[in-house]
Ligand binder design. Structure first.
Ligand code: GUN
Length: 295
């Protein structure tokens, strides 16, 4: 069997065009959604992400506010900026690019964001709301994975889902979302016994471990849907290469469908950030939420 390729790049473009349509509807009512991105320091990868976010925010018709702070900014100065953005009615979404320099306390910064504007879904209130099945802001990468899975499989109810990875940003919220869609969910990780056998039971296998090409074809149940969240830069044959947490070549021989790297989950993250900003703006204005763009 050769798996169907799940084209995240094309699907993300479709999500962005649905967001753009929603934004146009709001603009017609005199409301322009606004996303503020805060970048501390000069981390090159973060600068690339932030630039890309700003560009796509403007492309869907939203206002983009970028705040670039020196790496030496104090916790108090950063908290003062967040308080200002929380109070600004033109700002509907706030994202603080992670990681922050070591002297800043990440959890305190994230939890200072107004939960209604927390488009990353990292605030402790949003984590609790998601875990208890209440309306929340949902982390962008897991939301993107869920959209891809629903698009591919329709109703996920009763399927065996295995999430490999237990991070707060991907693994844990991914498991909550799959549980919300009535999957039978296992969270596996680096200490899981018989990981291969656990993965082999999965109808849905989500790999978010951060280990290049660790999940090979012999971890995959025939016909399973494989979602690869990993983005790992490796050197092979003297060249820099981007690979996932899944060994694509061997997994694609067994899976029913699989996301490639690049062009799978990656583009969905920014698309979902824009979707969350639109959702936050609708909620802030007491308007109905956009359809098909939330969990
Ligand atoms: N750094 C890498 N990915 C992310 C993300 O999704 N959100 C934030 N805030 N920072 C990141």
């Amino acid at each position: 069997m050769t798996a169907a390729v799940i084209d995240g790049k094309a699907f993300a473009a479709e999500v962005r065009s649905r967001v753009a349509a929603g934004v146009a509807g709001l603009v017609a009512k005199g409301i322009t959604p606004g996303l503020a991105v805060v970048l501390v320091g000069e981390d090159p990868a973060s600068q690339v992400y932030v630039r890309s976010k700003g560009k796509m925010t403007v492309e869907v018709g939203m206002n983009s506010f970028e705040h670039k702070l020196d790496a030496s900014v104090s916790q108090d100065e950063l908290l003062a900026l967040i308080a200002q953005l929380n109070a600004d009615p033109a700002v509907h979404g706030i994202l603080v690019q992670l990681p922050l320099p070591g002297h800043l306390e990440e959890a305190a910064v994230i939890n200072a964001i107004d939960p209604a504007k927390d488009v990353d879904g990292f605030h402790i209130s949003n984590v609790g709301l998601l875990a208890t099945g209440q309306k929340s802001m949902v982390p962008c990468t897991p939301l993107g994975c869920l959209m891809l899975l629903r698009d591919r499989l329709g109703d996920l109810s009763g399927l065996n889902a295995v999430v490999v990875g237990r991070s707060n940003i991907v693994g844990k919220p991914m498991a909550q979302l799959l549980l919300g869609d009535s999957c039978t969910v296992t969270i596996a990780h680096s200490r899981t016994k018989d990981l291969k056998e656990v993965c082999k039971r999965a109808d849905i296998l989500v790999a978010a471990v951060g280990r290049p090409e660790m999940i090979t074809g012999d971890y995959v149940k025939p016909g399973a849907t494989v979602i690869d969240v990993g983005i790992n830069r490796i050197e092979r044959d003297g060249k820099q290469k981007l690979v996932g947490d899944v060994d694509y070549a061997s997994a694609a021989e067994v899976a029913g469908a699989i996301t490639p790297v690049p062009g799978g989950v990656g583009p969905m993250t920014i698309a979902c950030l824009l979707a969350n900003t639109l959702t936050a703006c609708c909620r802030a204005n007491g308007l109905p939420e956009p359809e098909g763009l939330t969990a």
